[in-house]
Design a protein around this ligand. Structure first.
Ligand code: SF4
Length: 340
């Protein structure tokens, strides 16, 4: 789905999140459209998870926010700004319109209740479905995410599930009330490659079955390549690039994106060849350099880059924030080279 093909479900404008006056998210603007997979990509500390929390109206206490996160409501109703919504308004949309697939499956499920009972309770928290029907729907949800013998497993506690099954149960929990938008925050961190692929496959299937949009927060560029429609690359709380996944990953216009991609294993290179890594580490919000935040690590940085922050520039149906974006496709292969 292209960014302009439908009215967005969620519109983020000039999102800012600050702690004690220090901005960790610095002026993000993007839309989430019905049915699309939008990946938020970047290294740790880029502001991805904070952004994801803002999409759920769950910014940590003590943070100051600016801008807006508007969720589309029924026709004729004004959108709900999740940054300023009341607790009652947030309760009315969480789980039902927009739901979180958390990173840590163990902490997302109560250890003291059977999984099926937890799913049924989640259903009954937003509907008046009789207990028996809620239970049947809970079993169907476990079955839908590929839990074998779902009726029996519904009676089991989380500790009786394998790690992979727990992650599936968490996806069942997030999708139980058929939300319009799923927010998956690093859903595959700490999983081995096989389980990572399984979880992403289940997420993709759920999204397709329910027609939900998925915001996938990840540092796993391979997962993005396989599953995302659009990508928002973040660095130091700002947008670096935003555009269709195939175009952006196939021809990055920002040196940072080129560096992330260069560090990925490639099938056309010998397995033992060492891959290039981005030099240095991302800046902390309290010590951002002036100008482009990536300049200290960027092989194309000029004196101008160190002085002036690049603003988003629209080209080729995508946005990029880099003073030298038009040189990047020609130079990308040379920018980040692995050890000889
Ligand atoms: S603006 Fe300059 S320093 Fe920043 S990414 Fe582009 S070339 Fe590199």
């Amino acid at each position: 789905m292209t960014p302009d093909s439908a009215e967005p479900l969620l519109s983020v404008r000039d999102l800012r999140i600050a702690f004690a006056g220090i901005e960790a998210v610095r002026g993000l603007s993007f839309d989430v459209h019905p049915g699309e997979v939008l990946a938020l990509v970047g290294e740790s500390g880029a502001g991805k998870s904070l952004t994801a929390r803002a999409l759920l109206g769950m910014v940590p206490g003590g943070a100051r926010t600016g801008g807006s996160v508007r969720l589309r409501q029924t026709p004729g109703s004004p959108p709900l700004d999740l940054l300023t919504a009341t607790p009652a308004e947030l309760r009315s949309v969480r789980g039902r319109r927009i739901a979180l697939v958390p990173q840590d499956a163990l902490s997302a499920l109560s250890p003291v209740h059977p999984v099926g009972a937890q799913l049924a309770a989640a259903i009954r928290s937003v509907t008046r479905l009789p207990r028996k029907e809620a239970k049947a729907r809970a079993i169907a949800a476990l079955d839908r995410v590929g839990i074998p013998d779902a009726a029996r497993k519904a009676r089991a506690h989380p500790h009786e599930y394998s790690g992979g099954m727990r992650q599936r149960a968490v996806i069942a929990m997030a999708t139980i009330n058929e939300p319009d938008i799923l927010i998956a925050d690093e859903p595959t961190t700490a999983l081995d490659e096989e389980r990572r692929d399984q979880v992403l496959k289940v997420l993709a299937e759920q999204r397709e079955t329910l027609g939900a949009a998925l915001v996938l927060v990840t540092h796993d560029v391979e997962a993005v390549r396989r599953h995302a429609d659009r990508v928002l690359v973040m660095y130091a709380g700002r947008e670096v690039e935003l555009g269709p996944a195939a175009r952006l990953l196939g021809r990055p216009l920002a040196p940072y994106t080129a560096g992330l991609l260069a560090s990925l294993p490639r099938e056309d290179l010998p397995r033992r060849r060492r891959l290039p890594t981005l030099p240095g580490t991302p800046p902390v919000p309290t010590a951002l350099p002036p100008g482009c935040a990536f300049a200290p690590r960027c092989p194309l940085a000029t004196e101008f880059c160190h002085r002036e922050m690049p603003e988003p520039w629209t080209t080729e149906g995508r946005r990029v924030s880099c003073h030298r974006w038009d040189e990047v496709p020609r130079l990308a292969a040379e920018l980040f080279k692995g050890p000889a």
